[in-house]
Design a protein around this ligand. Structure first.
Ligand code: LLP
Length: 384
C-alpha cells in the first residue's frame, strides 16, 4: 500500500501483518519478496559515485521478476553457470550480452566457450584454464580474477581468498599469465577480486582496489577494476551496517590515482536480503525438560543458512506481534536432521499450532539454496 513504509524493516512487515498472514494461510510455506525494498537498496548503492557499474550477483536470488527488476533499474547481471545465463536471458527481455558477466569457477571449458560466443564478459580464475585451451581464448577479451591473499566474510565457507581457497589466481602466477596472454593475443581488459561474503568492514573494497591497482602495470590493456561483491547487511535495525559513505570516499581516492579505470562492483546479498521474508505455519510445539521447541512447516529444505553457517535470522510470531515474549524456544523444521534448526533459543510469545512464523532477511541465499531433501517441497515464492 502506498502510504506504508517503502522498505522492509520490522515496521514494514508489522504493517503488512494481515495480508501476510492471509497469504501464509493459503500458501505456507512461502517466501515473499518486496520490490520496493530492492529499489531502496539499489538507490543506496547508486549513491556510491565512485562505482561506475553495478552487476547484481544473480546467485543470491534468481527469481525471474527480481532479475527483470534489476535489469529495469539499469543494473547489469553477474552469472556463474549456464543455468543462470539462461535464466537472465529469459527474464530480462532485450538484455544485451555486454550487460552480463560470467564468473564461474572450475567450470568445464565449453561453458567459457559458449559465454564468449554469446558476447558476455568472462572472468577467468585459473592460469591452467588458459594454458590448456589457447584455441578458445586466443584473440578474446577476458577479465582475470586475482586472489588478493586474504579472505573475509561471515563464515569460513564464504571466504574466497587466501591459499586455502579454490578461487582466484595467486600473485606468484601474475607475471607468467601476463606474458602468456601477450604471447597469445588474449586481451586482458580488467582485473577482478572477490574476497568473501557478508563483510561489514568498508575498507575491504578499497583494499581490493588498491591490490588490483598495484597489478595493473602487468596488464597495460586492463581498464576495468572489479572489486567483487560481499557487502554485508544489518540483520537487526539496531546493528551497525556498512559505512557506505566511508566506502565511497575511499574508492574515490583510488579513482583519483587511477583516473582511466572503470570501477565495477558485483553485490548480491546487499540488494536482495532485506527484501525477503520466509513464512511458515506452526505444526507442533514441544517441551523437553525445560526446553521449548516450535516446529514449522519448513526447515533446512527452504532455508539452509542457519544449518550450514550458523547464520542468524530474526524470527517472529507474525500472528502475535503485539504479545510479549513469554518463553525461550528453538524454532525447527520437519526434516529428519538434528541440524534442521532455524533459530536457537529465541524469545517467543506463547505460540500455538497454526500461528504464522516469519523469518526475516531471507531474500538472499534462501530459495536459491533450497532442496527437496526428505522429498519435502521447499517454500514457494511470491513477489510484491
Ligand atoms: N561475486 C562473486 C565472484 C561471488 O562469488 C559472490 C558470492 C558474489 C559476487 C556476491 O556476494 P554477496 O554480495 O552476495 O555477498 N551462500 C552464502 C553466500 C555465498 C556467496 C557466494 N559468492 C550465504 O548464504 O551467506
Amino acid at each position: 500500500e502506498k502510504s506504508k513504509p517503502t522498505h522492509i524493516s520490522p515496521a514494514w512487515w508489522q504493517t503488512q501483518q494481515q495480508p501476510l498472514i492471509e497469504l501464509s494461510n493459503t500458501h505456507s510455506p512461502c517466501y515473499v519478496y518486496h520490490l520496493d525494498t530492492i529499489k531502496h537498496q539499489i538507490d543506496q548503492l547508486k549513491s556510491l559515485t565512485a562505482i561506475d557499474r553495478i552487476f547484481y550477483a544473480s546467485k543470491a536470488n534468481s527469481h525471474p521478476q527480481i532479475l527483470n527488476f534489476m535489469h529495469q533499474q539499469q543494473i547489469s547481471l553477474e552469472t556463474v553457470s549456464p543455468g543462470e545465463i539462461e535464466r537472465v536471458l529469459k527474464s530480462c527481455k532485450g538484455i544485451k550480452a555486454e550487460s552480463m558477466l560470467f564468473t564461474p569457477n572450475f567450470a568445464p571449458i565449453h561453458e567459457y566457450q559458449d559465454a564468449l560466443d554469446q558476447g558476455l564478459f568472462v572472468t577467468i580464475d585459473n592460469p591452467s584454464l588458459l594454458y590448456d585451451n589457447p584455441e578458445v581464448f586466443q584473440n578474446q577479451e577476458v577479465i582475470l580474477r586475482l586472489d588478493p591473499g586474504h579472505g573475509s566474510g561471515h563464515h569460513r565457507y564464504v571466504r574466497t581468498a587466501g591459499s586455502h581457497s579454490k578461487f582466484g589466481i595467486p600473485s606468484s602466477d601474475i607475471e607468467q599469465i601476463a606474458q602468456w596472454c601477450k604471447d597469445h593475443q588474449v586481451k586482458v581488459i580488467g582485473l577482478h577480486a572477490h574476497s568473501g561474503s557478508g563483510i561489514l568492514d568498508h575498507s575491504n573494497w578499497p583494499r581490493i582496489a588498491e591490490y588490483l591497482g598495484s597489478c595493473l602495470s602487468f596488464f597495460p590493456t586492463a581498464k576495468i577494476v572489479n572489486v567483487g561483491g560481499g557487502l554485508g547487511i544489518r540483520e537487526n535495525p539496531g546493528d551497525m551496517g556498512l559505512d557506505l559513505q566511508a566506502l565511497n570516499n575511499a574508492l574515490l581516492t583510488f579513482k583519483k590515482s587511477n583516473p582511466s579505470i572503470e570501477l565495477w562492483m558485483e553485490p548480491g546479498r546487499f540488494l536482495v536480503a532485506h527484501s525477503g521474508v520466509l513464512m511458515a505455519k506452526v505444526t507442533q510445539t514441544k517441551w523437553k525438560s525445560s526446553h521449548g521447541y516450535i516446529g514449522i512447516e519448513t526447515g533446512m529444505n527452504s532455508l539452509i543458512r542457519p544449518a550450514l553457517y550458523g547464520a542468524w535470522h530474526n524470527i517472529v510470531n507474525l500472528s502475535r506481534l503485539n504479545q510479549d515474549a513469554e518463553y525461550t524456544a528453538t524454532v525447527v523444521g520437519p526434516m529428519c536432521e538434528s541440524g534442521d534448526v532455524l533459530g536457537v533459543d529465541r524469545k517467543m510469545p506463547r505460540t500455538s499450532v497454526g500461528d504464522t512464523i516469519l523469518i526475516a532477511n531471507t531474500g538472499a541465499y534462501g530459495a536459491v539454496m533450497a532442496s527437496n531433501y526428505n522429498l519435502r517441497e521447499p517454500a514457494k515464492e511470491f513477489v510484491i
